[in-house]
Design a protein around this ligand. Structure first.
Ligand code: HEM
Length: 351
């Protein structure tokens, strides 16, 4: 680390193999020496490492804007809604989206998840025709909601609907699978928790929060400074980019007792894994429901699973802290004949 009075400089690259190997030690070191610091990686940006700074900057969307994108390096192309919009413009989008993700809406979806423990979605090819179809014949689904909503007196364009879907699906898939994969790895090493998780709903809740905190499926998102400001004792200039590290905040010893230990019953657990402030994850209830369903399905139907050789973590965890492959062994039980995605017929003959 080198230091000028208000600009400590560190070597930090959240996309590097070094970071992927041990992100917590990077933040531990930063917190003890320079909680906010500058790195020259990817054209230069600030990095935060304390809960207080991440919280303060995320809530001050006037100073720390999402408008120029929330990833480092910046990605050109589509302007992603609503994640790259600041309040007050953001509010109309969130008002329109929130009902589809509130606890009541999610509860209605849970039986569907239970039928389909795993499914996957191909969005690219079919998307435009699906949008056109819903404009003509709306159904009871999220896409129909999007084509019908009123944002300040007008309908969303096809590009806006596509942008929201890309953010929602992109934000919803890799994150939740990363969370589930890390939990399954943890339970491979700690089978003593499996029986209780299969039976005790409230234990699943605290376990889920601790998996979210410890593994921080999204390690951090970026903001752009709109006006000269001070964060953690550093002078940030207009136009600077800042990496708000949810992972660092989640391991801050000023907020969490024994932060680098996994404590499945941890309470309270005010982690930042779903973000903080106006952009806080719209899908958090859905993610928690998916986690609970998949965990229970696995623990009830494959209670003796163990991981086999050949697991491969993402070499770069800056976007999602997940796994490419996670082979496992288990004693096969009776098949329940879950129908394929989109089908309604029960396939008893699938065995
Ligand atoms: C474990 C799972 C998940 C994690 C860790 C996660 C994490 C996050 C975080 C940190 C943000 C804040 C972005 C920011 O401050 O710039 C966010 C926003 C968002 N998430 Fe999630 N997410 C998860 C699951 C989901 C799911 C299941 C969906 C929907 C299907 C979803 C859709 C979104 C959307 C649309 C936004 C943007 C909200 C806005 O900009 O106002 N996420 N998520």
């Amino acid at each position: 680390m080198s230091r000028s009075p208000d600009k400590p400089v560190i070597e930090f690259d959240h996309l590097s193999a070094r970071y992927a190997a041990d992100p917590l030690s990077v933040y531990r070191e930063m917190r003890s020496r320079c909680p906010v610091a500058w790195t020259d990686a990817h054209d230069g940006f600030w990095v935060t490492s304390t809960y207080a700074d991440v919280f303060a900057a995320s809530r001050d969307d006037h100073t720390f804007s999402s408008r120029n994108g929330v990833v480092i390096p910046s990605e050109s192309g589509l302007h992603l809604l609503p994640i790259e919009v600041d309040p007050p413009e953001l509010r109309a989008y969130r008002r329109a989206m929130n009902p589809a993700f509130n606890p009541r809406a999610v509860a209605k979806l849970v039986p569907e998840f239970e039928r389909l423990a795993a499914w996957c979605i191909d969005i690219s090819a079919a998307l435009r025709s699906e949008i056109a179809e819903r404009r003509l014949r709306p159904r009871d689904d999220f896409l129909s909601t999007l084509v019908q909503i009123d944002i300040e007196g007008r309908r969303l364009t096809d590009d806006e609907v596509t942008s929201i879907l890309i953010t929602t699906l992109g934000g919803g898939i890799d994150t939740t699978t990363a969370l589930i994969a890390n939990a399954l790895v943890y339970l491979h090493h700690h089978p003593e928790h499996r029986g209780r998780l299969a039976r005790d709903e409230s234990f699943v809740t605290s376990f889920c929060e601790e998996m979210l905190r410890y593994y921080s499926p999204v390690q951090g998102f970026a903001r752009t400074v709109t006006t000269d400001t001070d964060l953690g004792g550093c002078a940030l200039r207009r136009g600077d980019r800042v990496f708000l590290s949810w992972a660092a905040a989640n391991h801050d010893p000023l907020v969490f007792d024994r932060p680098e230990e996994i404590i499945p019953e941890r309470f309270p657990n005010r982690h930042t894994s779903f973000g903080v402030g106006a952009h806080r994850c719209v899908g958090s209830t859905l993610a928690r429901a998916e986690f609970g369903v998949v965990l229970r399905e696995v623990l009830l139907r494959m209670p003796d699973y163990s991981l086999a050789d050949g697991g491969v973590r993402y070499s770069n965890i800056g976007t999602a802290n997940g796994w490419h492959r996670l082979p496992a062994r288990f004693t096969p039980g009776r098949r329940v004949g879950a129908p394929a995605p989109g089908s309604i017929a029960h396939s008893e003959d699938a065995e």
